[in-house]
Design a protein around this ligand. Structure first.
Ligand code: SAH
Length: 229
């Protein structure tokens, strides 16, 4: 799968994909992340990407011309499995179901807003979807793009060591998941400061362990995220 990011801060992405499973997947060629500097699609001396809002208001707005030019040069002929996502505080909320849907595309192009936002014509006439990562306002779409890429990357076969593992994770409703939280996990030592690991996990009875895990996932979901039930 190919991810494109359109940003005025390409260096922002030196960090987020340089570690762990995403880095390994990139190195193994399972996914490709291409960072594009929006200023490459400007033609003036100052490489201007923003301008004052019509009607007068605080701050600046990203102009449509460099963004349209960028997307149209990255994909001169856009196929149905090449999706444009605009990061926006006003978008639909990103969740695991949306990640599963994005994973169906061959390529995703994530547009990172800055300043007071992006000329509305980008949302209306260029983007397939406007997406928010939560009900709060960030100073740019870059963190959101990193969150989306990391989440979708985990779904690509081979990215996680164990092929099945993403099916059993929190929120996952496809495969074996039920949209619950994942079950709690423990590792050695079995007794830490008197806090003991549940006995059932130590007895090697796989049927009992599976039952315990399911029950503890339900219990934890009830306690911390009753809205998921
Ligand atoms: N004036 C806008 C916020 C602009 S913040 C408003 O009140 O809705 C600048 C940029 O940060 C946005 O264009 C968007 O790309 C990004 N951004 C801010 N909050 C976000 C969120 N919750 N999810 C995704 N992107 C966000």
């Amino acid at each position: 799968m190919i991810f494109h990011v359109l940003t005025i801060f390409p260096d922002f992405f030196l960090g987020p994909f340089a570690h762990g499973v995403v880095k390994r997947a990139k190195d193994a060629g399972l996914l490709d992340i291409r960072i594009h500097d929006l200023r490459n699609w400007t033609s003036d001396r100052h490489r201007t990407v923003d301008d004052r809002p019509f009607g007068g208001a605080e701050g600046m707005v990203l102009k449509c011309q460099p963004i349209f030019d960028a997307v149209e040069s990255i994909w001169p002929e856009r196929r149905a499995d090449q999706k444009v996502v605009l990061l926006s505080a006003q978008g639909g909320l990103f969740d695991q179901a949306m990640a599963n849907r994005f994973h169906q595309s061959a390529e995703l192009l994530l547009i990172c807003g800055r300043y007071e936002g992006v000329d509305e014509r980008v949302a209306e006439h260029l983007s397939d979807e406007e997406v928010s990562i939560g009900n709060y306002v960030l100073s740019g779409g870059e963190l959101g793009a990193a969150v989306i890429i990391d989440t979708v990357a985990r779904l690509i076969p081979g990215v996680l060591g164990n092929e099945a593992s993403s099916a059993f994770e929190s929120f996952q409703e496809t495969g074996h998941g039920e949209g619950l939280l994942d079950c709690p996990q423990w590792t050695r030592p079995a007794d830490f400061r008197g806090w003991k690991v549940p006995d059932v996990l130590l007895n090697g009875n796989h049927k009992e362990i599976a039952k315990f895990r399911r029950e503890s996932a339900i219990e934890k979901t009830k306690r911390l995220r009753p809205d998921l039930l």
